[in-house]
Every structure is written in C-alpha cells, then in structure tokens.
Design a binder for this molecule. Structure first.
Ligand SMILES: *Cc1c(COP(=O)(O)O)cnc(C)c1O
Length: 430
C-alpha cells in the first residue's frame, strides 16, 4: 500500500496506524495463497468463455421477450451454457427465481413425493430451508412436511467431519430415502466448507448403497472456487443464487438449477407449474446481464475470495478466532469471524456498511428477517439489493457472536471495508 493510500485512510476514515501495521503483515502472509487462486480463476474463465462460444451466443440472445415468453432464445441458450459449464445434461437459469432459497425449494418440491425422505448429511441445513422442510415453528404454509415428505439429518462428527459410517447405516436401513441433501457452503455454521473431493466421497458412499437416490447439492457461494463443480463428481442436481458468485455482481436477480435432465425438468414444474415448466417465462430484458455476469464470475469470485482470505489473516493477527484460516483450502467465499462479544460483532458489521459504495451513511441494526429464527444483522451497501457477491457481512445475533463476511466486487474495496470494520471493532465505541 503506497503512502498516499495510507494517509488517505488515516485522514478520511480514522484508520489507526495499528490497523495499518496489521494490514502490512497480513498482506505479506497471504501473497502465496493468492497465486494459487489465479490459476483457478484462469481455468474457470476459459471454461466460461468456451461455453459461450460453443453455444454461439450472439447479440440476438440479449433481446427481450414478453407475455408467455415462448421461444426466448436468450433464456434457452443460457440454460445450455450453464449445462456446459456444469458438465451436466440440463440447467434452468431464471430471473423468476426470487433467490437461492426459491431455486433450492423448487428442486426439492419438484423431486420429492409423499412418503419420501429427504436426508441432510451436513447437519442442519441453511436457515431459510427450515420453513421449506417444515422443521421450524411455521406451520400451515405448505412445507414439504405438510405434503408428507419426511426429513432426517445426520450431524457432523465431533471433529466437524462428515459422518460416513452413519450415512451408510441410515441409508442401508431406510428405503424411503429419496434425496440426499449436501450443503457445500458453511451457511451460519462454524465449520469448513465441503471440498469437491468430500462431496464426491459422499456421493460415492450413497450411490454404492442405492444408486437411485438423488444427490442434491446446495451450491450457493461455491461456484468457480475450484476447477470442478459438484456436477463434475456425480451430483444429480444442484442449485444456487445469481446474486452470489455466478451472477458476477451483474445479474440483477435470479437463481439456477442444474443437473440430470429428469430432475431439472421436475424442478421446472415447481418454478412454474406442471405441463409448463421451463418453456414459459419472459425475461424482462435481463438476459444480457445474466450472460455478462456469468462471463465476469470467475474473476469476481476470486476477488471476493481474496477479500475473505485477507480478512481471515487480519482478524487473526488482531486476536480473533477465524474459520477458515487464511491458508486453509477453501470451497466457498465465506469468512467466519468469532467475536464472543455482541457489541464487537455489531461494530464490525457497521464498519462494513460504512465502507460500502452505496448506503455508506446507513447504520445497520439487528432485525427479524423473514426466514430466519434469530435476529440477524446485515451489512450490505450493494448496487443490487442483498447481493452477497458484493462486500457484505451478516450475523445471527446469538452466541458466540460469529460474523460471516463475504463478497467484494473488487479486492481493493474488500480490503478498505475490512480495515474500516477492524478500526471500529478495536475502537469499540459508536
Ligand atoms: C445464500 C444461501 C442460500 C440461499 O439464500 P438466498 O438468500 O435465498 O439466496 C442457501 N444456502 C446457502 C448455503 C446459502 O449460503
């Protein structure tokens, strides 16, 4: 960091010399880790470029459709581009998915029937899925449980590993298991993300016992962090959000599902309705943004990942426990920081908010967010509302007060945001 930058930060943002010293040490430590990321980014850029070329994407794919949206060539071709990138038969990429939860919900509702059991092998799934499954207190809203779909869960072992013995045992003894739910990212958990190799091992374990079981992966935050995706190693169905990695910060909204054709098709009947599926749906002129975002996504995802890694090192030097550590292998863009202190956690989130390009003047406060059981604080000064490929931090207000940081469209912005946040934490006053 040059002198001009430091002076600017000290003068305009009250960043202390102490925080800048921590930064100087951290940036040196992370430089080797960054080199590896550049190779992954390069590979994924090639993968995306080649998929766009192979589907002969042209200006005409960016035109708008109206009404039913029959024959929207931009929409149909983007499905094919995604299917190529994910090395699978079929994909459903739509602005009509209101978020990642909706895409995951369509995948589950589309493929599970009364009497089937859904088995989570990664402990409690992401908070917003609890209402879908019917394991929260929200009854009467049409959860899977209300439609007679059963649910089982296998927790991580005490050392936070996948419990393969238990998976084998449960599947051998329960022929009603129709779908295994695998969550790649940490969600609001204190655990590492699942590597592609671990996902592969889970799938192999499941399929050896019963090849008919659908292996579903919640791929949120995982896209382009590795050279492979879950569908490269046998996942039957995956889903994710377009305002995370794969939208590249440009997609204004939406979600995707990808995988085996028969499962994607079933899911499409829950995006719309039976008989219609993915063949209808006008696209409001957003297709160019979905394509352009996808093109940028390998780069943007790595910018975000670099931010997470720097954050890990900075916060660790500052004395906080972090997960993963800066030099751990990663499979998502999430950085968890444990504060053990409610006020420090809130100050950190406020700092990220103050460092944002949009709504930097706002004070974020804990609130009762739909779909979450604890109060949640969310720092998000984003160009696209709630976009978490943009620099953002959020936390359920519960012990041990862990903040989850993710995103950053540019590494430089992530860096500044983190320095402001740490300054606020260390000064520990409003
Ligand atoms: C973000 C996320 C989702 C979906 O969240 P939305 O806010 O609905 O897009 C689901 N699972 C995981 C693990 C996530 O990180």
């Amino acid at each position: 960091m040059i002198k001009e930058t430091k002076e600017f930060l000290i003068e305009k943002y009250n960043i202390t010399e102490n925080v800048l010293d921590i930064y100087d040490k951290a940036i040196e430590d992370v430089s080797d880790v960054f080199k590896e990321l550049d190779s992954i980014r390069e590979f994924n850029q090639l993968k995306v470029l080649n998929a766009l070329q192979a589907e002969m994407i042209a200006e005409s794919h960016f035109t708008n459709s109206t009404g039913y949206g029959y024959g929207d060539i931009g929409r149909d071709a983007l499905d094919k581009v995604y299917a190529r990138i994910f090395n699978c038969e079929s994909a459903l990429v739509r602005p009509h998915f209101v978020n990642g939860t909706h895409a995951i919900g369509a995948a589950l509702f589309g493929n599970l029937r009364p009497g089937d059991t859904m088995l989570s092998v990664c402990g409690s799934p992401y908070d917003t899925l609890h209402s879908i499954i019917g394991i929260d207190n929200n009854s009467g809203i049409g959860s899977l449980a209300e439609f007679g779909v059963l649910y089982k869960q296998i927790d991580f072992t005490e050392s936070n590993e996948i419990d393969f013995d238990k998976i084998e045992n449960v599947i051998k003894n329960d022929s009603s298991i129709k779908l295994v739910h695998i969550q790649r990212s940490t969600g609001y958990g204190w655990r590492k993300s699942l590597y592609i190799s671990e996902i592969e091992k889970i799938i192999r374990t499941v399929k050896q016992i019963n090849p008919e079981i659908i292996c579903f992966v919640d791929n949120c935050y995982g896209e382009f962090i590795d050279t492979k995706e879950p569908t490269d190693v046998g996942a039957d169905l995956i889903a994710g959000s377009l305002i995370k990695n794969i939208g590249g910060g440009i997609a204004p909204t939406g979600g995707y599902i990808a995988g085996k054709h028969k499962y994607v098709e079933q899911a499409s009947y829950r995006l719309t309705i039976p008989g219609i599926g993915g063949e209808c749906g006008s696209t409001f002129g957003v297709m160019r943004s979905l394509y352009q975002g996808l093109f940028l996504a390998p780069h943007i995802s790595m910018e975000a990942l670099k931010g997470a890694i720097l954050c890990a090192r900075i916060m660790e030097i500052a004395g906080f426990e972090v997960l993963p550590k800066y030099n751990d292998k990663r499979s998502d863009i999430i950085q968890a920081i444990k504060f053990n202190d409610k006020e420090k956690l809130i100050q950190f989130c406020k700092g990220i908010q103050h460092g944002s390009p949009i709504d930097s003047f706002a004070e974020c406060e804990p609130w009762d967010m739909p779909g979450y059981s604890d109060q949640v604080i969310m720092a998000a000064g984003a160009f696209i509302q709630g976009s978490s490929i943009e620099l953002s931090a959020d936390a359920p207000i519960r012990e041990p007060y862990i903040a989850y940081l993710q995103g950053g469209l540019t590494f430089d912005h992530a860096k500044i945001g983190i320095l402001i946040a740490l300054s606020k934490v260390l000064s520990d006053k409003k």
